[in-house]
Design a protein around this ligand. Structure first.
Ligand code: NZQ
Ligand code: ZN
Length: 395
């Protein structure tokens, strides 16, 4: 097993009525002036936001609210949030929503702690983040795993770049996770979320690490199988508390790093997907499923045994089913078929409603690799030619 370091500092309050403990728990983290961030209005319509506001008021906590975070969150709204939160003298940032809201809250928290620096400088690598403000979330959508992750992804609408920032300072201090709050998630978001959760583990399962990782592998495989089973139940009945609970908890574990300890990460499919989101505003989970099969087809021969293990442990494709190569390919086909069964796109035309021409594909590949100056991922480090080949396979 390879050496690793792991610190997951987020306190998790999971279960029915979890959000009723917001005021009590925030106070325990020293919050007195809370800046609340939410999205396009689902939490207004459900009454969740006003319940939290009442609770903060009766708990003696001052608050101010910023709504309007959109999926693939934009840096302009974050800058507005930073200005307001600074003027309000916020000492805690509370996200009420899904990944886009939490990522915006994380960025606002960094901006409040570093008022002299433009927030995008941390994302572009021009400035190094060394301090932040505490963040908590009331999660309403199981998907991105931002409630525990060390990542935050923003889109700069001026440059059309969608970029992730990874730092331990992105780990929130608190997550309130009541699966009932996800009952109102539309089916499209549910299946995109499920796909993203699975992808966060797949992108840690297929890495270049060859040493045995018995426990980590089993955690990863069981997480994927659990989410697949629960997703079938949840699609039939979105108020299935048990299914929604499994999906919600797996979402947090999947991107906390726990499913990849000692394996490192690949995350090249995420980077290729971010290009599609930046250019076409594609929904994150859908950008991933539209590419994963093509990526797997392009790279599996680098470690056929690993893909054959995946085929056997996830789909029960045993040695009698063919050569190692045949089994590896069957596993990829089954995974793609599963995404399709959820109604997810598994090609670029399915994602975008049209094929892309060669110059569009080249431009995406060029942007993803910064003009062929950087390689993506670890399983099969991808240069511009590789990225272009994968986009073409998916097209
Ligand atoms: O905005 P509202 O009105 O709240 O509606 C949202 C939004 O339209 C809706 N929704 C959320 N909870 C709901 C609900 N609708 C009804 N009932 C509820 N309970 O769902 C829509 C999508 O929300 P969004 O937050 O964008 O989804 P998700 O959680 O999938 O987050 C996606 C973003 O996270 C990034 C993605 O790239 C994307 O920008 N990611 C963040 C990561 C991280 N920070 O660790 C890792 C991921 O790989 C990912 O890149
Ligand atoms: Zn993701």
């Amino acid at each position: 097993m390879q050496s690793f370091e792991f610190k997951m500092p987020t306190e998790i309050i999971f279960g029915r009525h979890a959000e009723d403990r917001v005021a009590e728990k925030l106070r325990a983290y020293g919050a007195s002036r809370v800046y609340i961030v939410y999205g396009g209005g689902s939490v207004v319509r459900s009454g969740l936001l006003s319940r939290i506001e009442c609770q903060l008021t009766s708990g003696g906590l001052a608050f101010q609210v910023l709504g309007g975070v959109q999926p693939n969150p934009r840096v302009a709204l974050v800058r507005e949030g930073i200005r307001e939160a600074l003027a309000f003298r916020a000492n805690f940032i509370l996200a009420v929503g899904g990944g886009s809201v939490i990522d915006s809250a994380k960025a606002i928290a960094h901006g409040v702690a570093n008022p002299g620096t433009d927030i995008w400088d941390f994302w572009s690598g021009r400035a190094k983040l060394e301090k932040t403000t505490p963040v908590g979330s009331v999660l309403t959508l199981a998907a991105a795993g931002s409630e525990t992750s060390d990542s935050a992804v923003l889109t700069n609408e001026d440059t059309m770049r969608k970029v992730g920032l990874n730092t331990p300072l992105n780990r929130p201090v608190l997550a309130f996770m009541n699966p009932e709050l996800t009952f109102t998630v539309p089916e499209k978001q549910l299946v995109c979320g499920v796909s993203d959760i699975i992808m966060h583990t797949l992108e840690r399962y297929f890495t270049k690490v060859k040493e045995a990782n018995v426990f980590t592998d089993r955690v990863a495989e069981d997480l994927i199988k659990t989410v697949m089973d629960a997703s079938r139940a949840a699609v039939k009945d979105r108020e299935d508390y048990d299914a929604m609970s499994e999906i919600m908890w797996c979402g947090s574990v999947s991107h906390s790093d726990f499913t990849g300890l000692s394996r490192g990460k690949d995350f090249s499919v995420h980077k290729l997907g971010h290009e599609l989101s930046a250019r076409f505003d594609a929904t994150h989970g859908a950008s991933l499923t539209s590419l994963w099969g093509s990526w797997a087809q392009y790279v599996y021969q680098d470690d056929t045994a690993r893909f054959a293990q995946f085929a056997e442990r996830i789909f029960g494709i045993e040695a009698s089913a063919g050569t190692e190569e045949e089994r590896a390919r069957q596993g990829i086909e089954k995974m793609v078929a599963y995404f399709k069964s959820l109604g997810m796109p598994v090609s670029l035309p399915e994602l975008l409603g049209t094929k892309l021409n060669d110059s569009e594909l080249y431009s995406l590949a060029d942007l993803a690799t910064a003009g062929d100056t950087k390689k993506l991922g670890t399983f099969h480090p991808l240069n511009r030619k590789d990225v272009l080949a994968i986009y073409k396979l998916a097209n």
